[in-house]
Design a protein around this ligand. Structure first.
Ligand SMILES: *[C@@H]1O[C@H](CO)[C@@H](O)[C@H](O)[C@H]1NC(C)=O
Length: 414
C-alpha cells in the first residue's frame, strides 16, 4: 500500500515533467517559427536582379535558337539608357515572354516577387507590344507562305503555329529576320503586329533610338489599332481584324504570274477588292493601251513630220531650240506612257497583262493601218501619203527635207 501510496507522486512528477517538456517543445516550435521565417523575410532586402553581364553571357552562350530578347540586346549594345534597353526591361522581355529555363530568369522572378514595384517600375518593363520568339517566327512563316521573299532562306522551317515551344523553334534569329522582312515589305499585314505596333507605341523614342528596327516605313499608313494581336497561321478568319485596316490591306507583291481580283494597280490606293472593281480596272488598262497606240500614231503621223518640217525651215536660234525641246517633250510623253504599260504588265496579273495585249492588238489594228510606218494616220485620215512616203502632212513644199529617220524609242512594253 505505501508503495501504492508512494507511486502517485512520481506519476504526478512524471506528468508535470511531461507537461513541462511539451510546453517547452511548444515554445520551441513557436519560437522556432520566426527563426525559420527570418531568412525568408530577410530576402526582400537582399534580392538582387541579375546583372547585365549575366544576361549578356546567357545570350552569348550557345543555345539552339537566338531569342528575340538577345536580338534586342544586340541592338542595345552596352547602352542601358536607351528605352527598353535597361537590364530589367530586357529581363522582362526575356523571362515573361520566352521564359527560358535559366538561372537568370529564376533570379529575376525572385527579384520581382521580392520587389514588385521596382520590377514593374517605369523603364523596367519590356518594349510595348513585345512578344515571344514563337510569334516572331510564326510571322516569318506566314509571310514566306504568301511570298517567297528575301529572308525566307535565313529561317528554314519556321514555327507554323503559335504553340510551338521554345525548344522546337527553328534555329534562326527570328526577331531580326522578321524585322528585316518587314523593312523590305512594310505593307504586309503580318507587319502590323507586332512590328508596326511596337514602333508606333512610342514613336519619338523608337524612331530616334532604333532606326534599324523602326525606319520611317514603320510609321506609314494608319496607326495600328491598339487591340490588334497577331492572328494564328491557320485561322484565316482571325486575320480579318488586321485586314480591316483600310489602306493597310495591300495585296502582297507577287513576282510570278497569278490570277487574283484582289490586287494592286500602280498606286497604293488603287487596290481592287471586288470582281467589279477588278473588271473596271481591266477596262481602264485596255483603254489606256489603246490610247497609247493612238498617241503613237498621232506622234508618228502628224507631230513628228510637222516638227521635222518646222525644224528644217528654222534657223538656229531660240525658235529652233523650242522646236527641239518640243520634240524631246513628245518623246518623253511617249516613253512615260510605255513605262506605265510596262508596270501594269509587271503586276504579273494575268487579266491585266491580257488587257495590255488586247489593247495593243486593237490599238495597232485601228491606228496602224498604213503600209509604211509614217503612213499610218495619213491613210486613216484619207491623206494619200503613199507607201513608205515620208512626206509631212503640212509641208508639201518642204517634202524631201524631212528626215526619214525614226526619232522615237520603240515602246518598251508589248
Ligand atoms: C507566344 O505568345 C502568343 C501570343 O501572346 C501565345 O498565344 C503563344 O501561346 C505563346 N507561345 C509560346 C510558346 O509561349
Amino acid at each position: 500500500m505505501p508503495v501504492n501510496h508512494s507511486s502517485p507522486p512520481p506519476g504526478r512528477a512524471l506528468l508535470l515533467f511531461r507537461t513541462a517538456v511539451a510546453a517547452l517543445a511548444l515554445l520551441a516550435v513557436l519560437s522556432s517559427a520566426p527563426v525559420h521565417a527570418r531568412p525568408q523575410s530577410a530576402s526582400p532586402s537582399t534580392a538582387t536582379a541579375p546583372s547585365r553581364d549575366a544576361l549578356t553571357s546567357f545570350c552569348s552562350a550557345t543555345t539552339s535558337t537566338p531569342l528575340g530578347t538577345c536580338s534586342l540586346l544586340a541592338q542595345c549594345g552596352t547602352s542601358t539608357t536607351k528605352p527598353y534597353c535597361s537590364t530589367l526591361s530586357l529581363l522582362d522581355a526575356l523571362c515573361n515572354y520566352d521564359n527560358p529555363t535559366t538561372d537568370v530568369c529564376t533570379q529575376y522572378q525572385a527579384y520581382c516577387t521580392a520587389k514588385p514595384s521596382e520590377c514593374r517600375a517605369d523603364g523596367n518593363t519590356a518594349w510595348p507590344a513585345w512578344t515571344n520568339s514563337t510569334v516572331y517566327q510564326n510571322q516569318i512563316y506566314r509571310m514566306c507562305k504568301v511570298h517567297n521573299m528575301e529572308g525566307c532562306d535565313k529561317c528554314t522551317n519556321p514555327a507554323s503555329s503559335l504553340s510551338v515551344p521554345l525548344a522546337q523553334l527553328a534555329s534562326c534569329d527570328s526577331f531580326a529576320v522578321y524585322v528585316a522582312m518587314c523593312k523590305a515589305m512594310p505593307d504586309m499585314t503580318m507587319c502590323n503586329v507586332p512590328w508596326k505596333k511596337m514602333c508606333q507605341a512610342n514613336p519619338t523614342a523608337t524612331k530616334d533610338n532604333f532606326p534599324q528596327i523602326c525606319p520611317t516605313s514603320a510609321f506609314d499608313g494608319s496607326a495600328v489599332p491598339a487591340t490588334s494581336t497577331p492572328s494564328t497561321s491557320t485561322g484565316s478568319s482571325s486575320s480579318t481584324s488586321l485586314d480591316e485596316g483600310g489602306d493597310l490591306d495591300i495585296p502582297p507583291m507577287r513576282m510570278y504570274f497569278h490570277q487574283d481580283t484582289h490586287d494592286l494597280l500602280l498606286f497604293r490606293s488603287w487596290v481592287t477588292r471586288t470582281a467589279g472593281s477588278y473588271a473596271a480596272a481591266s477596262v481602264g488598262v485596255f483603254l489606256v493601251t489603246v490610247a497609247y497606240y493612238a498617241l503613237q500614231a498621232v506622234v508618228r503621223g502628224v507631230v513628228t513630220p510637222r516638227l521635222a518640217a518646222s525644224l528644217a525651215a528654222a534657223t538656229p536660234g531660240i525658235k529652233r531650240e523650242m522646236l527641239v525641246a518640243a520634240r524631246a517633250l513628245v518623246a518623253t510623253t511617249e516613253i512615260a506612257f510605255s513605262f506605265l504599260l510596262m508596270l501594269v504588265v509587271m503586276t504579273f496579273n494575268w487579266g491585266w497583262c491580257a488587257m495590255v495585249l488586247l489593247g495593243a492588238f486593237v490599238g495597232n489594228y485601228v491606228f496602224n493601218r498604213g503600209s509604211g510606218r509614217k503612213a499610218a494616220l495619213q491613210e486613216m485620215m484619207g491623206v494619200d501619203g503613199g507607201a513608205g512616203s515620208d512626206a509631212p502632212l503640212n509641208g508639201a513644199g518642204q517634202a524631201g527635207q524631212a528626215p526619214a529617220k525614226e526619232p522615237f524609242a520603240q515602246p518598251l512594253c508589248c
